[in-house]
Design a protein around this ligand. Structure first.
Ligand SMILES: Nc1ncnc2c1ncn2[C@@H]1O[C@H](COP(=O)(O)OP(=O)(O)OP(=O)(O)O)[C@@H](O)[C@H]1O
Ligand SMILES: [Mg+2]
Length: 279
C-alpha cells in the first residue's frame, strides 16, 4: 500500500447468514488516496452500506483485507466500534443512531475535537464547527432531541470533521438535509477532508452531488462494482449498461438523477452479465 493511500480494500466480500445466505458484497477492491473523495453509487440493496461498514471494521469480512494508512489490517474479523480506530470517522444515514441522546451537543462535538488533539491534530473550537455546518452557536447547550433530523445530521457531520479524520466514511450523510443545503454541506465535507490531506468514501443517491464532489466514482450493483473511474470520465462516457441506465434516469423535479425504480428482469440480467469496467 503506497503512502498516499488512506484506505485500501482488497477483494472484500460480506455475507449475511440466511437460507440462502446473502452475498451483500462480492470481491470488491477500492482505494482512497490522501486528499481524494471517492463516491459509491448504486441502487438500494447493491451493498454500499455493507461495504462501508466493512471498510471501517464494523462488519465482518467473509474474505479479503482492509488496510488503513497506519498499516492496520483487518483480516476477517469484527472490530467493536469505528471510533476505536485512530483517524477513522463514520457518518451514518440516520443521525439519531450516531448521537448520544443524553449529552449536550457541544460536549459531543468537543469529543471530536479531543479525538483530533489526542492524535496531535489541530482542534478548533466547538462554536467554529457549529458555524461551519450552519447551526447557531447557542446550540452548544442543547440536547439532540431539540433538533430536526437535518440539524442532527449536521451535528454528526461537525463531530466527525472535528475529529480531523484521516478517513471519513459517510453513508448517505446528506439525505436528511433539506435540498437547498445538501450540496453545500457535501462540498464542505469534501473541502475540509481534502485540505487536511485525508480521504473520504462518500455514499449517496444524489448523483448531482456526486458529480460535483467526487474525484472518482464506483458503481455498485448486486454486491459488485460494475464500473469505476474518474467521475468526469464516467459522466462524460459511461461504459457499462447499468451506469448508462443510472445516468440516463429521468431527473426528479428536485434535479437529482435517480436509479430507475423498477428495471425489468431482462435489464437486470444484462447488467449482471456484462463484465465490469475499470479505468
Ligand atoms: N444485517 C443484515 N442482515 C441480512 N441481510 C442484510 C443485512 N444488511 C444488509 N443486508 C442485505 O444485504 C444487501 C446489501 O444491503 P446494503 O444495506 O449494503 O445495501 P445499500 O446499497 O446500502 O442499500 P441502500 O441504498 O438501500 O442503503 C441487501 O440485499 C440487504 O437486504
Ligand atoms: Mg445503505
Amino acid at each position: 500500500m503506497s503512502d498516499a493511500m488512506v484506505l485500501d480494500v482488497q477483494s472484500v466480500s460480506v455475507r449475511y447468514p440466511g437460507n440462502p445466505p446473502v452475498v451483500a458484497v462480492q470481491e470488491v477492491s477500492l482505494q482512497v488516496a490522501a486528499g481524494e473523495t471517492v463516491a459509491l453509487v448504486g441502487e438500494s440493496g447493491s451493498g454500499k452500506s455493507s461495504l462501508a461498514r466493512a471498510a471501517v471494521g464494523i462488519e465482518k469480512l467473509a474474505s479479503g483485507t482492509v488496510r488503513f494508512r497506519d498499516g492496520e489490517v483487518t483480516p476477517m474479523r469484527v472490530r467493536r466500534r469505528p471510533k476505536a480506530l485512530t483517524g477513522i470517522q463514520m457518518v451514518f444515514q440516520d443521525p439519531s443512531t450516531s448521537l448520544n441522546p443524553r449529552r449536550r451537543i457541544g460536549d459531543q462535538i468537543a469529543d471530536g475535537i479531543a479525538t483530533a488533539r489526542a492524535r496531535g491534530a489541530e482542534g478548533s473550537r466547538v462554536e467554529e464547527w457549529l458555524e461551519k455546518v450552519g447551526l447557531p452557536t447557542a446550540s452548544v447547550s442543547k440536547y439532540p432531541h431539540q433538533f430536526s433530523g437535518g440539524q442532527k445530521q449536521r451535528i454528526a457531520i461537525a463531530r466527525a470533521l472535528a475529529a480531523r479524520p484521516q478517513l471519513l466514511v459517510a453513508d448517505e450523510p446528506i439525505s436528511a438535509l433539506d435540498a437547498s443545503t445538501q450540496t453545500s454541506v457535501a462540498a464542505l465535507m469534501r473541502d475540509l477532508v481534502s485540505e487536511a490531506g485525508a480521504g473520504m468514501l462518500f455514499i449517496s443517491h444524489d448523483l448531482a452531488v456526486v458529480q460535483r464532489i467526487a474525484d472518482r466514482t464506483f458503481v455498485m450493483f448486486g454486491g459488485r462494482v460494475l464500473e469505476s473511474g474518474p467521475t468526469v470520465d464516467i459522466w462524460a462516457d459511461p461504459q457499462h449498461p447499468y451506469t448508462q441506465a443510472l445516468l440516463a434516469a429521468i431527473p426528479e423535479p428536485d434535479g437529482m438523477g435517480r436509479i430507475p425504480a423498477a428495471p425489468s428482469a431482462a435489464e437486470r440480467a444484462i447488467w449482471a452479465d456484462v463484465p465490469a469496467v475499470a479505468r
